[in-house]
Design a protein around this ligand. Sequence first.
Ligand code: NAD
Length: 417
Amino acid sequence: MSQHTDVLEMARRQLAVAAEYLELDAGLHEVLSRPQRALIVRFPVVLDSGEVQVFEGYRVQHNSARGPTKGGIRFHPDVDLDETSALAMWMTWKCAVANIPYGGAKGSVRVDTKQLSKRELEKLTRRYITEINVMVGERSDIPAPDIGTNAQVMAWIMDTLSMQAGYTMPGVVTGKPIELGGSEGRVEATGRGVVVTAQEAAKTLGISLTGAKVIVQGFGNVGATAAKIIEEEGATVVGISDAIGGIYNPNGLPVRELFTRYAGREGGIREYKDAEQVTNEQLLELPCDVLIPAAIAAQITSENADKIKAKLIVEGANGPCTPDADNILSDKGVFVVPDILANAGGVVVSYFEWVQDLQNFFWEENEVNNRLERIMRNSYAAVEATMRSHKTDMRTAALIIGVKRVADATIRRGIFP
Ligand code: NAD
């Protein structure tokens, strides 16, 4: 059994809950519980030493009823087909909740990028995208960054696919550098969206973000941006972690300094001395008002959910709370803004990037941020209204909206042939 069968099982359990609320047809439920297409690739890369190493990668398209599929590419040593399938399914619901015209996909390569030189990483990227070229395309399936990939990796993907097509194709991937057709605001988009939904949730709970104590797990693209923006909004970030471990200071941490001076260093943020060193497990259980898990899946489980002190959890990462944890948190009265709503900002601005690329007409950062905020606030309001009308939690409400939109599109299209 795969290491990530549980993550896929988690995604399927979530779908089953929504399907029951929607009284979804059994055949349609079956269609939505599995990917539409999945590809496993194994490919060689010549390392700098001259040695050949074989890597395994995946690309999964979960559902394309509402449009071309969209989803990030993850480079991480633990990925597998099941996890990639779960992430692709969540992308389908996320795009539907934000009401952008995409289906869901995800790609991954089982690799520890820390072991590769820049040249090796470039070769791996170019070969992987060539292997999955049969699936991707600016009108069919558009990749983006995820854990372990960034704007430079997206630039190599765009270049490789353009070389093979014989012309420059910026719309084939999003999260690119600005000078290659990337969008203003894309790098910060996910973290910005996380903070917008945190603001809306604070209103729902009748609390203020000003002066609120915040803990962020993960100090990469999503976690670091969310920490910076929530601090600008007047909150105090008291705990932060990365893969190595975390730091905590109840009086507050200097987020910008941690980002500029410590994040890229060998020992990471733990080299910052004016804070207590904690493990990732301890970090989640420390006192705070808002907890933002922004690293990897299954961090809050039946083992630790009872020990969470936050009133509000905003899921920057995909799948950080398991269904068992959800039940415990709900009993404790912890309000959870689910991943498919909270971290949708990334795919929303990826959508803006794609639209700009296809039109060769680029927007200013203010316009991107204003449109992003509008979509995030409207999506939050729709999910909150569904939560109240169905007397359920925010995750189930978001799934009800997402699954219903995909089901409606499928029924409208009809089953081919
Ligand atoms: P990233 O690679 O930029 O950062 C990941 C961070 O998590 C790093 O600080 C890393 O050190 C930390 N980390 C890794 N393993 C960890 C562990 N076991 N415990 C604690 N921390 C750990 O990735 P990212 O783009 O910021 O993505 C983070 C999460 O957000 C992922 O779940 C991703 O799927 C999700 N997400 C990302 C985007 C996006 O636009 N980048 C959009 C939506 C969702």
